[in-house]
Design a protein around this ligand. Structure first.
Ligand SMILES: [Zn+2]
Length: 704
């Protein structure tokens, strides 16, 4: 154990020194490059086995000394604790952070969402700006020891968003009042992604004064602010500053010596709207928003590497104190939830073509890489247009056997191609026959580019996926893909219309138990809570249901057909126009083209689908009755749903549509009711702000 501690201490100290000197962080024993993530991991390992290690006495254990002029940070610029690793691990760390803070501050556990806030953690160069009597007097970068920062006072005046004086502004953006304040404003210096892209494209332009193409935005920002010989170079580098904290507020003037904010949210608003100093957006903490933040993070115009969760009340945060050393320890009121951002370079070994409902999807295979504890060895290449480099979403070059690509883990475990690092001389081999049914494949041009499709309407894979899509779109729950596949393989069904001719004996002969068979049919006919019912009750239900048509909202029925590019929205437009599904079914291509919101491509694909599936649709209409929006109690009322529902959202949407109500996915001024289920989302807050009635499922039931 002792040897292990010693080794970890040695490695961390060595890495801190490399970092301080601006050198590559190479592992002193293996010589491998150590990523930030691995570094964080080493520290957390040491924390586990030896929390009292001298390493934790300061935020760095660097042995280096730098000759640049220094700014002494007071209070020290500490870092914050991190939740890293797999989702489970991060959740565990976050939960224990919340639990400790709640206990210490005697919050009630159900106050989490009102007592904590979240914001993006920007990945830039951390800096502290010091103001005296309202004027910027010093600026220093964050060093690993948190105290002796490099002095960049001259450079920061060339960074957008850095104020040289503190003023109060009015709404029009005019200065109203000078603020004779002493304070420290901390934030991140970054180069926006769009700016960085431009720099990379024109890096040889002498105005930038660059020797080589910059590696990434963070490196570029760090190099650009650290222009000590000629601070003016910083000006041409187009950097921007975003604050994340304002502290040590004081003033000799009594009218100003109390900070005009008490919480994280107020501070952010004050900075953005009164001081006009860009400040990170701070919002109430929502546990389940973390994954959404991670998902949208790549679409932002600036780099982020996580989210920061903080105690909202600044006084409470101070009250909590710090971990370890009283002056350099991390604050207990904050935690960084780190996003997974690791990229992996892999070489494509094989491309397999996977048939689905609407097209054949190319899948890239490569030697497995370990991502977050999961071995990943394949990754979708979306469509023919993506892989041959012709679609808009593609990289403009073909991906073939031997191509080197960069992948990231996106969402939970699904990897995604983010870059073609190197193309290969191998030709892209496009198959001519379907891997499933061996029939001829065709190239179709869809809205997103070239797609490879099977010419066989009854292709097995296509049918399975088509039937599963049909069932889920009309709101049937509990009938899985594997059951459908079995029934197709046994030739009991070919398309969705055959489902309604199945009887108990068919299902039992296919290997379902008698109970499973009854449940299958009951579900097909929208039985409520079938598992609570006895066999006898189920059989009664099935018998009655089989004797009448199944009502399905016409727009949903249209969408359930799975016509490429035509979902519920297109369905609703058509039903509004033609009134019934049968009228849509009888329409000509010219009729359809005329409809606003449909367009030529969709009209064409609807007609060709109707022609090819004429018989199937006719047969389906013998069992299913597509009901147009009836004039009913809810005509003219628009409903939005948030949260989860025991019966499924689809169930309630159908009920509402049946009596004339509209369904919308987002809250707007047109919304009449928000139906709130379990663990409601941000829509609830929005609805409350907009004074839109929120109702429970029980309320909804009463309206029906
Ligand atoms: Zn096929």
């Amino acid at each position: 154990m002792n040897a292990e501690i010693k080794e970890l201490e040695l490695v961390i100290s060595h890495l801190d020194t490399c970092y301080e000197l601006g050198e590559d962080c190479l592992h002193p024993i293996t010589g491998d490059k150590v990523s930030d993530k691995e570094y964080d991991y080493l520290r957390s390992e040491l924390q586990k086995i030896c929390p009292s290690s001298h390493i934790f006495n300061s935020v760095t254990s660097s042995k280096a000394t730098s000759t640049a002029k220094k700014v002494i940070h007071n209070p020290p610029m500490t870092s914050i604790s991190k939740a890293i690793g797999s989702i489970e691990k991060r959740n565990e760390t976050l939960k224990s952070f919340l639990k400790d803070a709640i206990e210490n501050l005697q919050y009630s556990p159900n106050e989490i969402e009102s007592k904590f806030v979240q914001s993006f953690k920007r990945d830039g160069v951390a800096i502290a700006l010091y103001y005296e009597n309202g004027k910027l007097v010093r600026a220093g970068l964050r060093p690993r020891d948190g105290i002796n920062g490099e002095d960049v006072t001259e450079n920061v005046q060339y960074v957008e968003g850095v104020a040289s004086q503190l003023w109060e502004y009015n709404k029009e953006g005019d200065r109203v009042k000078f603020l004779p304040i002493n304070c420290c404003i901390r934030g991140e210096i970054q180069c926006e992604k769009s700016v960085f892209k431009e720099v990379c494209e024109n890096w040889q332009n002498p105005i930038y004064g660059l020797d080589s193409k910059p590696k990434n935005a963070r490196n570029y920002a760090a190099g650009s602010i650290r222009q000590f010989k000629n601070p003016k170079v910083t000006f041409s580098r187009n950097l921007s500053f975003t604050a994340y904290s304002i502290l040590s507020w004081s003033s000799k003037d009594k009218d100003f010596n109390v900070a005009p904010f008490k919480t994280e949210i107020e501070r952010s608003q004050y900075s953005n709207s009164i001081l006009k100093i860009p400040f990170v957006q701070v919002r109430p903490f929502r546990y389940k928003d973390l994954e959404t933040l991670e998902k949208i993070s790549s679409t932002l115009n600036y780099e982020v590497d996580g989210a920061v969760i903080s105690v909202n009340n600044l006084e409470d945060a101070e009250q909590l104190g710090v971990h370890g050393d009283s002056s350099t320890g991390n604050p207990k009121a904050k935690i960084a939830w780190k996003f997974q951002e690791e990229k992996f370079e892999v070489t494509v070994k094989e491309i397999i073509w996977s048939p689905g409902r609407t097209k054949i999807t190319p899948v890239l295979q490569f030697d497995g890489v370990l991502i977050d504890g999961t071995t990943v060895s394949q990754c979708t290449a979306h469509s023919l247009g993506f892989i041959d480099g012709t679609s808009e979403a593609s990289f403009g070059v073909p991906i073939t056997r031997g191509s080197v690509i960069e992948i990231i883990k996106s969402g939970e475990i699904i990897p995604k191609v983010v870059k073609v690092v190197q193309t290969s001389r191998n030709q892209l081999v496009i198959p001519h026959s379907c891997p499933c049914c061996k029939q001829r494949l065709e190239i179709k041009i869809g809205e997103t580019g070239k797609d490879l499709v099977c010419s066989n309407q009854k292709c097995g894979e296509r049918s399975t996926a088509g039937i599963v899509h049909y069932l889920s779109t009309i709101g049937v729950k509990g009938i899985g893909e594997s059951s459908i596949k079995d029934l197709i393989d046994l030739d009991l069904i070919q398309d969705q219309s055959d489902l309604y001719e199945l009887n108990l004996q068919d299902l039992i002969s296919a290997g379902f138990s008698p109970r499973e068979s009854r449940l299958f049919l009951a579900r097909l006919f929208f039985c409520d809570n079938p598992t609570d019912k006895t066999d006898e009750q189920l059989e009664d239900f099935i018998e009655k249901a089989e004797s009448k048509l199944i009502d399905v909202p016409a727009a949903h029925f249209f969408a359930s057909l799975g016509i490429p590019g035509c979902g519920k929205t297109a369905g609703q437009i058509l039903i509004n126009e033609f009134k019934t599904f049968r009228a849509v079914f009888a329409a000509t291509e010219d009729d359809l083209k005329e409809i606003k919101g449909i367009g030529e491509a969709s009209a064409e694909s609807i007609i060709s689908f109707f022609c090819e599936n004429n018989e199937m649709i006719d047969k389906l209409l013998e069992f299913v009755n597509p009901v147009s929006r009836k004039i009913g109690k809810l005509t003219g009322k628009t409903f939005v749903f948030t949260g989860s529902f025991t019966e499924g959202k689809q169930y309630w949407e159908n009920k509402i549509s049946e009596i004339g109500g509209n369904i919308s996915s987002s809250i707007s001024s047109k919304t009449d009711y928000l139906v709130v289920g379990d663990s409601a989302g941000s829509k609830l807050e929005k609805a409350q702000k907009m004074k839109i009635s929120s109702i429970s499922v029980q309320d909804l039931q009463n309206m029906l």
